[in-house]
Design a protein around this ligand. Structure first.
Ligand SMILES: Cc1ncc(COP(=O)(O)O)c(C=O)c1O
Length: 436
């Protein structure tokens, strides 16, 4: 398994290969961050400004961002920036005081979700959201067992790391965790895998708590089809008194181009929904949404308070993000541009045998990279393509258990012109790699 932080990572041993100012910056950074320093690219990038789908370096050189899902309505969107600045200059306190803005935002967000999910708890990150979700599920079900996919990433707390196989260089599942194959090539057997995992937990005396799924399977390598394939797995979980936690940190807020939520595209009902990243367009906002009885059972014993979660500033930013998604029809844009980008990739794949399957929905696409040998060499080809695109000033990422999938996940305001820039650059890179 390729560890998630190893994907497209700069090799610190290569500092000496860079001269001048870049080498000096790399050294300074390494000396303060030590072993914890992770950077993208063989030639790391330094940006000073962002706007829409573009990032700019100090010389004003633009780079097309087809990677970043956090600024999902566009880098530094003026309406979001204005909302944050206005609220920051007016009032910024925690949410144990009444504030109409927070209630308005909570009601509006809940309005996008199925009605049984009527209670919301604000956090600041996806990790905090999943950490709380796991604790809610465990308290409500009285179980501990959690099922996740084999290259899942759900966050960085102790509890969440235990259900994030791709966080670990050497993964050893804890006794309460079962991993199932991601539904990449055979989604039809996903439910059978989940059922087998439930049976195995039971056989080991572990009661099921939850199936925790990112419905676009981002770190597993992106899997979105066929629509509806999740249903049977979730039915099995419910039959065994477990909960389904939908991690919407990646697919949520319109990215799949099919409504607000990734799970809804599959027409399934989660018991708990977790959110983060795109929710605040770069401002740290997260949330956990669930049914009242699930939250109540947890709060009877522990309760939850998050100092920065759900502040008036977070609510103002969150509202502005929802406004922009609606006003600019970004969900429709994700569908339209996503579909044409996907077609463009399929066309490229017909000419370049290095490109394999094109998977995904809306503006979340994964393209597997083929190589004659399995595993590492496909990962190396993937890195070569990503670095080749970087040299052509286009940013994308990698995903998948073996790091052999190109990950395309731009801000939702990505235009058809942006898609054409990306496709041309990819065509050039593949031609340069001699894939014909
Ligand atoms: C599916 C998924 N869930 C949760 C998280 C954790 O979110 P955060 O980094 O905001 O804690 C991530 C982060 O990459 C993610 O991809």
């Amino acid at each position: 398994m390729k560890q998630i932080l190893a994907l497209n990572a700069f090799d610190m041993n290569a500092v000496a290969a860079h001269g001048g100012a870049l080498a000096a910056q790399l050294q300074r950074r390494a000396s303060v961050f030590g072993a914890g320093s992770v950077l993208f690219y063989q030639r790391p990038l330094q940006f000073v400004r962002g706007r829409g789908t573009w990032l700019y370096d100090a010389d004003g050189t633009p780079y097309l961002d087809a990677y970043n899902n956090v600024p999902s309505v566009g880098h530094c969107h003026p309406q979001v920036v204005e909302a944050a600045a206005r609220q920051l200059s007016e009032l910024n306190i925690h949410n144990r005081y009444l504030h109409a803005g927070i209630i308005d935002y909570a009601e509006r967000l809940l309005g996008t979700l199925p009605s049984p999910l009527s209670n919301i708890t604000f956090t600041c990150t996806g990790s905090e959201s999943n950490d709380l979700a796991l604790r809610l599920a465990s308290k409500f079900t009285g179980g501990q067992g959690v099922i996740v996919t084999e290259a899942a990433y759900h966050g960085n707390t102790e509890l969440v790391s235990q259900v994030s196989p791709s966080s670990h260089r050497h993964w050893n599942a804890a006794a309460h965790v079962r991993v199932v194959a991601a539904p990449l090539s055979h989604p039809e057997v996903f439910a059978a895998h989940v059922t087998a995992a439930i049976d195995d937990l039971v056989a080991h005396g572990v009661k099921l708590s939850a199936l925790l799924i990112d419905s676009i399977f981002s770190s597993d390598g992106v899997c979105a089809e066929p629509i509806g394939f999740l249903s049977a797995a979730i039915d099995a979980v419910h039959r065994n008194e477990g909960l389904f936690i939908a991690d919407e940190v990646q697919p949520g807020f319109g990215r799949t181009g099919a409504g607000w939520w990734g799970f809804a595209r599959h027409d399934v009902q989660p018991d708990i929904v977790t959110m983060g990243k795109p929710m605040g367009n770069g401002y740290p906002i997260g949330a956990v949404v669930t049914r009242p009885e699930i939250l109540k059972s947890y709060c009877e014993e522990v309760g939850y308070f998050n100092t920065f979660g759900g502040s008036p500033v977070a609510a103002a930013v969150g509202q502005a993000v929802l406004d922009v998604i609606e006003r600019e029809d970004l969900i429709g844009n994700a569908q339209r541009v996503g579909n044409s980008l996907r077609e463009g990739l399929i066309n490229l794949a017909q000419r370049h045998p290095t490109l394999g399957q094109v998977r995904g929905a809306g503006l979340y696409l994964g393209v597997t990279i083929r190589s004659s040998a399995a595993g590492e060499s496909a990962a190396r080809a993937t890195e070569a393509i990503i670095n080749g695109l970087r040299e052509r000033r286009v940013l994308i990422g990698a995903a998948g258990r073996y790091g052999d999938t190109l990950k395309l996940r731009p801000p939702l305001c990505f235009s058809s012109e942006d898609a054409a820039v990306l496709l041309n650059a990819l065509d050039e890179v593949l031609t340069g790699l001699g894939s014909e």
